[in-house]
Design a protein around this ligand. Structure first.
Ligand SMILES: Cc1cc2nc3c(=O)[nH]c(=O)nc-3n(C[C@H](O)[C@H](O)[C@H](O)COP(=O)(O)OP(=O)(O)OC[C@H]3O[C@@H](n4cnc5c(N)ncnc54)[C@H](O)[C@@H]3O)c2cc1C
Length: 488
């Protein structure tokens, strides 16, 4: 732990915010508007993190019953008083955006994808689910994808206030006084170490550990897990907090879809299906789930089955097998969200990806099985059985709904898929005031955290709550940091 005040600080601010995404912006802007001189440190060449490439959905619940819903989802992993504050403040997310000069609109999905739970409550049978309403920043697709509009709005708030941002400047370490107060940050800029004094407080908003292979292997229930978002989120904030004696929570929690890991790409491509002609099979060619009934953030539950006989995760990787109408229906990776969104245009009919060998094709199930190294008899049997259920209108094995059943006729296609993280939820344990706590539950003086770094989502996750949470606890952290008595 680095203790004590450097002989000479390189620079000083009232509030230092580490990481520039949704939480960092809300924190910096709020602290600034309360009169603090604010610095943002951003590791990457540009800000935005996962925020700028996400789906852009923001939760604004329409009633306090949302507290019950989240309390049930949290399964006692987050104190109710934290959930209460979250809901109270999340109901004001729209108001805050308007105050800041933006406007919101209710989110409506562009296409019907399978599974379909993207629009409303992830867990529709839970009490309070009817209060889930997702919004995005008002605008059309021509004006930008939802998260492009979100980041344009958020980064504009920082620019308008001329808040100082140091990009390509990762924070490395927190500095604390002998009494345990956080006094500043050590960062790296252009190969040099710089010390930055924080007269009032430090706010950590530097994301999760989606791109830290070791932490993922240690903590996550499914292995390996690829990532869909920014390569910049490597758990730095978690290590910094551990080093000064902070507690951590929710480390095993994740939001996990399925993705294709293309050669030469750092992040995975988010894959979803626009038509019902598809199934998932494990490494051995067997179905294992109602493919159209998975809550999209919770794929890991289905994929984390571990076979103790074989000592492996038989569903990692899995194969999606799909038919010609599905191939033609639209791109398997739609480019609305994810780090690769701006790096690659997936072809509309998936033909370019067939040509590249990313999608494999077979005139028969047996031919396809040969290409994906599955026993042809098993894959043929799996498809024949599934087709029989489709004809009968009843999936006897996994209960896929009648309207989601369509038999698979050749030619058939396959794509290899992996668990693919939207994000991780774990990090520094915090209280309702966004203060980082030590293992005894005591706040570490002058240290705050917000966003997906130690988010409040400790068990099940409701979509659109990460951005919603970043805005809420970013505002709370910014307000409290700016209210700290400045040290001389
Ligand atoms: C494909 C995809 C779709 C999603 N869709 C949605 C959605 O529709 N709604 C929703 O609510 N959530 C969604 N999420 C999740 C959501 O985007 C994130 O949880 C949220 O953006 C996190 O915001 P944040 O401010 O905490 O972190 P981020 O926006 O990730 O920002 C963290 C920043 O910290 C920086 N950083 C990291 N380490 C350091 C360091 N040492 N020093 C300085 N800076 C550092 C990073 O470079 C990054 O810029 C999605 C995520 C993905 C990947």
């Amino acid at each position: 732990m680095r203790v004590g005040i450097p002989e000479k600080w390189d620079t000083e601010y009232d509030v230092v915010v580490v990481g520039w995404g949704s939480a960092g912006t809300a924190a910096a802007v709020t602290a600034h508007d309360q009169g603090a001189k604010v610095l943002i440190l951003e590791k990457m060449a540009d800000g935005g993190g996962n925020t700028r490439i996400c789906g852009g959905n923001i939760i604004i619940p329409k009633g306090k019953e949302f507290i019950e819903y989240l309390d049930i989802l949290s399964f006692q992993t987050t104190e109710r008083e934290i959930i209460e504050i979250f809901v109270e403040e999340a109901m004001k997310n729209g108001e805050w955006i308007r105050e800041m000069g933006g406007e919101v609109q209710v989110f409506t999905p562009l296409e019907v994808a399978y599974p379909t739970m993207i629009a409303g409550a992830g867990f529709p049978n839970v009490r309070g689910a009817e209060t889930v309403v997702k919004y995005n920043i008002k605008g059309t697709l021509e004006e930008g994808k939802p998260s492009q509009r979100l980041w344009k709005f958020l980064s504009g708030l920082v620019a308008k206030r001329k808040i100082k941002v140091l990009t390509s400047t990762p924070a490395k370490e927190l500095i604390s006084s002998p009494g345990g107060e956080i006094t500043g940050v050590i960062a790296e800029s252009e190969g040099k170490t710089i010390s930055i004094k924080a007269r009032q407080a430090v706010i950590l908003t530097c994301g999760g550990y989606e791109n830290d292979p070791r932490m993922k292997w240690d903590y996550l229930p499914v292995k390996p897990a690829m990532f869909l978002g920014t390569p910049g989120n490597t758990g730095d904030g978690i290590r910094m907090v551990q080093k000064i004696g902070g507690d951590i929570w929710h480390m095993t929690r994740l939001s996990c879809l399925i993705g294709f890991q293309a050669p030469g790409f750092e992040a995975a491509f988010w894959v979803s299906f626009l038509s019902e002609g598809f199934i998932f099979v494990d490494k051995y060619g067997r179905r294992f789930v109602n493919e159209a009934g998975i809550e999209i953030h919770e794929y890991y539950r289905e994929l984390s089955h571990f076979d103790v006989e074989k000592m492996e995760f038989p569903r990692v990787p899995l194969w999606a097998i799909f038919d010609e109408p599905t191939r033609r229906r639209g791109p398997l990776s739609r480019g609305t969200a994810g780090y690769n969104r701006d790096l690659y245009n997936w072809s509309l009919d998936n033909s370019a990806e067939i040509a590249k060998g990313w999608i494999l094709q077979g005139k028969t199930a047996a031919e396809l099985a040969g290409k994906v190294s599955v026993d042809p008899r098993i894959l043929e049997e799996t498809i024949a059985r599934y087709n029989q259920y489709c004809r009968a209108g009843k999936d006897e094995d996994f209960g896929r709904a009648r309207e989601d059943l369509r038999d698979l006729k050749p030619p058939l296609y396959a794509i290899q898929l992996w668990p693919a993280l939207i994000n991780t939820q774990g990090g520094p344990r915090r209280d309702k005031e966004s203060r980082v706590l030590d293992p005894e539950g005591k706040p570490i003086p002058r240290l705050y955290a917000a966003g997906e770094l130690g988010s409040i989502w400790g068990y099940l996750y409701q979509g659109a709550c990460n951005i919603g949470e970043g805005l809420v606890f970013g505002r709370i952290a910014g307000k409290n940091a700016a209210a700290e008595k400045p040290r001389s």
